[in-house]
Design a protein around this ligand. Structure first.
Ligand code: ZN
Length: 388
């Protein structure tokens, strides 16, 4: 028994991988294999050729041929049987062979094809109409695809066939991107990207808008709110994050998604306006944007013969009285705009009811007996104003 066998006898799992790597390096001299891992379902390799990109490869172990426990270990101890190690490496090499062969094939074709360029950062492909795609070969997404990034920085996830060796997949992908116009029908993800259009519902009003994706922004044709698209990707269908832009309102900037009323009408506080003409607004009852207030000549607004202030809050009679100059104005205002009973108004004014419609004002002078009895009698004023 030579020293190699003695070593093999005590080798652990990491040692097995070293053996595998050494055999790979010997077998595929032009490739450096920078990472080898094996799990229950697949062999994962990261390989590199010269100044080319790192390429992640997954070799699905459908038959469980590389299962460590089965192949290498005997019972609970982790001592390796040299015969089993040799058998393991043989199985391993058989399984990875199509992958390396396919990668060599990929390099051969790619290096002689216009429009495909192998770089350290990935495989660059120029599509038929000048679109530049970069295949990120360094990692496989959990969905099993190589990520493709467009010139604009969008990610396209293009499904690959898991049962095919890495080089076949890469070559198929590169050629598909090279002829992007033709292959868009079969490569899901390219379709939306090349058509540059999508149907998107407005985050403010739910209206569907046909948008041009590359604009990365759209204005809803119903509510006029502007939405910016971020994190655009094709995975494989068009997806993005939506951010509604702040807009100009009567009180400065506001967030349309929280202020939409109907169609292109928005409200901020109790101001109701169109997004494109924030200066022209209606005042409404607070928290009821459908109840539009009517202005009066005073600092008082009316809805349904009820008084409100500018902020849309209801005013009581004292507050109405405060905003008007004198009793005459108050009485006139009440008659014109409010639903108040005139008796209540006189009560607010603390007038004295003498009898029936006969009221005395608060001066207290008309009862002093000096003959000035008419001065405070409101029935007289009311008669002049045409109230009764
Ligand atoms: Zn909208």
């Amino acid at each position: 028994m030579g020293w190699q066998n003695i070593l093999k006898n005590t080798i652990g799992e990491a040692g097995v991988m070293k053996e595998v790597e050494a055999t790979l390096a010997e077998e595929y001299k032009e490739w450096s294999t920078t990472d080898v891992t094996v799990d229950g379902r697949a062999i994962h390799l990261i390989v590199q050729k010269g100044m080319g990109p790192h390429i992640a490869c997954k070799i699905t172990d459908r038959d469980g041929k590389t299962n460590m426990d089965e192949v290498l270990r005997t019972g609970a101890n982790k001592i390796v049987d040299p015969k089993k190690l040799d058998a393991y490496i043989k199985v391993f090499m058989e399984m990875v062979k199509p992958t390396y062969r396919s990668l060599n094939w990929f390099y051969e074709v790619a290096e002689t094809t216009n429009g495909i360029e192998i770089q350290l950062a990935g495989v660059l492909v120029e599509g038929k109409y000048g679109n530049i795609y970069r295949i990120n070969t360094e990692s496989l997404k959990s969905s099993g695809c190589y990520e493709v990034t467009t010139d604009e920085g969008y990610d396209i996830c293009i499904e690959i066939a898991e049962e095919k060796p890495a080089g076949d997949n890469l070559l198929g992908l590169a050629l598909g991107l090279l002829n992007d116009e033709q292959s868009s029908e079969s490569i899901e993800g390219l379709t939306d990207y090349l058509s540059d259009s999508a149907s998107v519902d407005c985050r403010v009003c739910s209206n569907y808008n046909e948008i041009q994706i590359s604009e990365e922004q759209f204005t809803c044709n119903n509510c006029q709110a502007t939405t910016t698209l971020t994190n655009i990707q094709f995975a494989p269908g068009f997806e993005a994050d939506y951010e509604v832009e702040d807009a100009q309102g009567p009180d400065g900037r506001f967030q349309p998604e929280y202020s939409h009323h109907t169609e292109d009408i928005f409200f901020v506080g109790n101001k109701l306006f169109r997004i494109n003409s924030p200066e022209e607004f209606d005042l409404t009852v607070r928290n009821s944007p459908e109840l539009i207030l009517e202005p009066t000549n005073s600092d008082i607004w009316i809805y349904d013969r009820t008084p409100y202030n500018e902020e849309g809050y209801e005013l009581d009679m004292y507050e109405v009285q405060d905003k008007l100059l004198g009793d005459d104005d108050f009485i006139k205002f009440a008659v014109e705009h409010l639903e108040e009973d005139m008796g209540d108004i006189y009560h607010y004014l603390e007038y004295v009811n003498l009898s029936g419609n006969l009221w005395a004002d608060d001066k207290g002078e008309f009862l002093d007996g000096d003959g000035n009895v008419r001065r405070g009698f409101y029935y007289e004023r009311n008669r002049r104003m045409g109230i009764y």
